[in-house]
Structures are given as C-alpha cells and as structure tokens.
Design a binder for this molecule. Structure first.
Ligand SMILES: C[S@@+](CC[C@H](N)C(=O)[O-])C[C@H]1O[C@@H](n2cnc3c(N)ncnc32)[C@H](O)[C@@H]1O
Length: 273
C-alpha cells in the first residue's frame, strides 16, 4: 500500500480509538482487514483508504477501527492485581457507610474475563451489594462478554479448576458463566476517549493492557479522565507494562504493589480546585 494510504488509515484509527499504528504494523492491516474488505468488495488497502475519506463511510470506519483492536485477555490475568484486590476490599468496605454499593469498572474489558474474575473475588469475600461495569470500544467483544460463554482454551488460561466448576456450566462443549456471577456484571460499549462523568464514581478501576497502544498524550488524557471517576480512596490497576509516571500527577503508585495506583494528594487538590 502507498505511504499516504497507510497514514490516512492510521490517522483515522488514532482519532477514533487512540490506537497508534506505526508503519511496521502494515502487515497487521493486511491480515486484520482482509475479511472486512472481502465482504465490502474493496480490492485492496489503497482503495479502502480512499473509501474512508468519504465522511459518509462512518460504519466502515468503525468496523476498520474495531478490527484493529487487540482483544487478548484471560481470567485472573497477571494474578497480582487480584491478590491486591482481595486484601484491599475488606478494609475499604469497612470504611464505607452501611448499605454502600461497591462499584468496580473494568475499562477496556475485552471479552469480559477481567470483570468475571472480579465477580468471583467478590463472591469469595461475600460482598453481595456490588456492581461491576465492563466497557470496551469494540461491539463484538462487548457482545461476547455479555454472552458469558468461553471456550475450553479460554477457561484453561488462568481459571483455577475449582472456580470453573463452581461458577460455570458446561454448554455444548463450552463454558457458560453461572447466573450468580452474571447478575453482578453489566457490559456496555464505551470509548476510553469519551466523557465518563455520567458513570459516577467507582471504588476500583481496572484499565489494563490498553494504554500500551496509545501515545503519551492520549495515555495522560485517559488516565486523568479515569482518575476523575475514582472515589478519593479508590484504586486503579494498570497492566504490567503500563505506568502513570510522566503522564499524570493525579495518580501515584501504591507503595509495594506493582500495577496499583491511588489518587495522588496533588492530583486530588487539583481536581477539587
Ligand atoms: C488487550 S485488551 C485488554 C483486555 C483486559 N483489560 C485485559 O487486560 O485482559 C485491550 C482492549 O482495549 C480495547 N480498546 C482499545 N482502544 C479502546 C478505546 N479507545 N476505548 C475502549 N476500549 C478500547 C480493545 O477493544 C481491547 O478489547
């Protein structure tokens, strides 16, 4: 494909999702967009780039963006944040007024394994008055998350067998999340670049393995927007390769807990002012 075509698709994807596509990712465009181009009768990437210049091609632009998201996820991914959550919640709940509804946001939740992992922890801790919200840009993964059906391969990645047997039911060779977990979790489409104020405050926010696809400016903007939705003593979890350092002053690492961040005193003052 020509450099101009690549640059225009990359600019469109960045504007719609924050995802940065560097020229070495051209192979990805070929493999990820081939099915969509075949279906739409578009012969090659240059023709696709040309078509996307038409402001009426909004549905196509959305499909292209979603096809270029990476949706890798697994249950209890990276372990540590979930161990921390187990230790965090009892004292946090003790500080909340009676009847407080615990709110946890799995932002960029992909197919839902993170949100369901959190639901299993809440059940283990006996926390019933809780709401877990899973959100993602991609319609396809949000539908899959809502459906709550996972393959044998997916449940074998990170889900202890006792938990599988306890919380899932076998269904036509796959595993369906049981009703008690399912009713704790709600999924909706949501772009991290959007305005999240209507969501209200969360006690805990997971935003893992998505900032890696953004440039520093977008990372900072998203971190600030998510920090603004956190309770003053809330915690945010990022992926192992992600950090807040140099990106925002609203969040600071929780000492000794890799991947966990709390609102920084400076940031809290700035948000209040
Ligand atoms: C690698 S997955 C991470 C899933 C999960 N958080 C985890 O760590 O296992 C990244 C997800 O981010 C989503 N994503 C990318 N850009 C996004 C955006 N601007 N808004 C919301 N979700 C986005 C993708 O659709 C994808 O499902």
């Amino acid at each position: 494909m020509n450099a101009e075509g690549f640059a225009s698709i990359a600019a469109l994807v960045k504007a719609r999702s924050g995802i940065v596509l560097t020229p070495d990712k051209e192979y990805m465009l070929d493999t990820r967009l081939a099915p969509l181009m075949k279906q739409a009768g578009i012969p090659n990437l240059d023709a696709l780039a040309l078509k996307l210049r038409d402001p009426r091609a909004d549905a196509l632009a959305r499909d292209v963006t979603e096809a270029l998201t990476t949706n890798e996820s697994s249950f209890f991914r990276d372990g540590k944040p979930f161990d921390h959550l187990k230790r965090l919640l009892p004292p946090l709940m003790a500080k909340r007024p009676p009847g407080h509804r615990l709110r946890i946001w799995s932002a960029a939740c992909s197919t839902g394994q993170e949100a369901y992992s959190v639901a299993m922890i809440l059940q283990e801790l006996g926390i019933k008055n809780a709401e877990i919200l899973g959100t993602d840009l991609s319609r396809e993964v949000v539908e899959r998350a809502r459906d709550g059906v996972f393959t044998q391969f997916e449940v074998q990645r990170g889900l202890p067998v006792q938990m599988l047997v306890k919380h899932f039911r076998q269904e036509r060779g796959k595993w369906r999340v049981g009703p008690s977990l399912r009713e704790m979790v709600r999924f909706e489409e949501r772009n991290l670049l959007g305005d999240h104020r209507a969501l209200g405050k969360f006690d805990v926010v997971f935003c893992r393995n998505v900032l890696i696809y953004f440039d520093p400016q977008t990372k900072g903007r998203v971190l600030n927007a998510l920090a603004a939705q956190m309770a003053p003593d809330g915690v945010m979890y990022l992926g192992g390769a992600e950090t807040v350092l140099g990106l925002t002053d609203r969040l600071a690492p929780v000492s000794g807990e890799r991947g966990a961040y709390a609102l920084a005193a400076a940031g809290q003052a700035r948000m209040a002012g």
